[in-house]
Ligand binder design. Structure first.
Ligand code: CDP
Length: 250
């Protein structure tokens, strides 16, 4: 008996392993990153991953409000993941959805191990993640951009954090799903990692993977995180070299 593959009407992967957007199975979408584009915050970053577009602003460390939330020995890290009303094709209610509340929480948990919160007692560090255009992978691209914005804000970190969603199409493990693949594919697994300490800070799985596929997915995610980490460093380097040359011109 042939196992039915729920992939809509057209196959998501050609027999020679090419996806509907022309990518190979282990190929990430085109990624663009930029830091320091907003002036009224401590740090900011923008990411484009394929058609997914996200901007992140970081405030702090600043005095925690309301005051009763302040912790005597450390800063609190607060996140907010929000989809702009124009970011999806559905009609989106302005109230936070259950999905946004869940993603807000998992993003905070993915970033928290990397941030040296004990250096800033009684303060809060606030991370606002605004999805401008959604085409899957928004929690992972949001984490990558949030870590970049925290670094740009000068907040001491143990390591960067970068994230990518791997998945399964037509029985093959693939890198960085787009929305069509997320919707019609067999599995979606966002993974966030601290690349230097080799620690996973987010792992979610929607769908089914065998143990071997899970392992393959994790090593593919590791390769994706390494590529994203190089781009994060490059985005920070570009910011600092351009601000140094602007100072020299003054
Ligand atoms: O974005 P991410 O993959 O982290 O989360 P998801 O819940 O798996 O959502 C996958 C994609 O579905 C989103 O990135 C959007 O492209 C789309 N989506 C949407 O269009 N409208 C929503 N209310 C929720 C998701």
């Amino acid at each position: 008996m042939v196992e039915a593959v729920d992939s809509g009407s057209k196959p998501l992967l050609s027999p020679d392993g090419i996806r509907t957007d022309g990518r190979k199975i282990d190929e990430m979408r085109k990624v663009k990153m930029e830091v320091g584009l907003l002036k009224n915050c401590s740090g900011s970053a923008y990411i484009e991953q394929g058609k997914t577009k996200i901007i992140v602003a970081v405030h702090g460390p600043r005095e925690a409000h309301p005051k009763h939330l302040a912790q005597p020995g450390r800063a609190i890290l607060r996140t907010r993941y929000h989809m702009a009303p124009f970011s999806t094709s559905d009609r989106k209610s302005p109230a936070p959805s259950r999905r946004e509340i869940e993603i807000t929480k998992v993003i905070r948990e993915a970033l928290e191990p990397a941030v040296m919160l004990d250096e800033f007692p009684k303060t809060s560090i606030d991370v606002f993640i605004e999805v401008l255009q959604a085409d899957a992978g928004t929690r992972s691209a949001g984490i990558t951009a949030a870590a970049l914005a925290l670094a740009e804000a000068g907040i001491p970190m143990r390591d960067m954090v970068a994230a990518v969603a791997v998945g399964k199409l037509e029985g093959r493990v693939v890198m960085d799903l787009n929305e069509e693949e997320d919707e019609h594919g067999q599995a979606d697994m966002p993974v966030a990692m601290m690349p230097n300490v080799n620690r996973i800070t987010l792992l979610q799985l929607n769908g089914r993977l065998t143990r071997a596929e899970l392992e393959e997915g994790l090593s593919m995610a590791r390769r994706g995180v390494d590529q994203l980490y190089e781009m994060q460093k490059q985005a920070l380097r570009e910011k600092y070299t351009s601000s140094e040359s602007a100072q020299e011109e003054d």
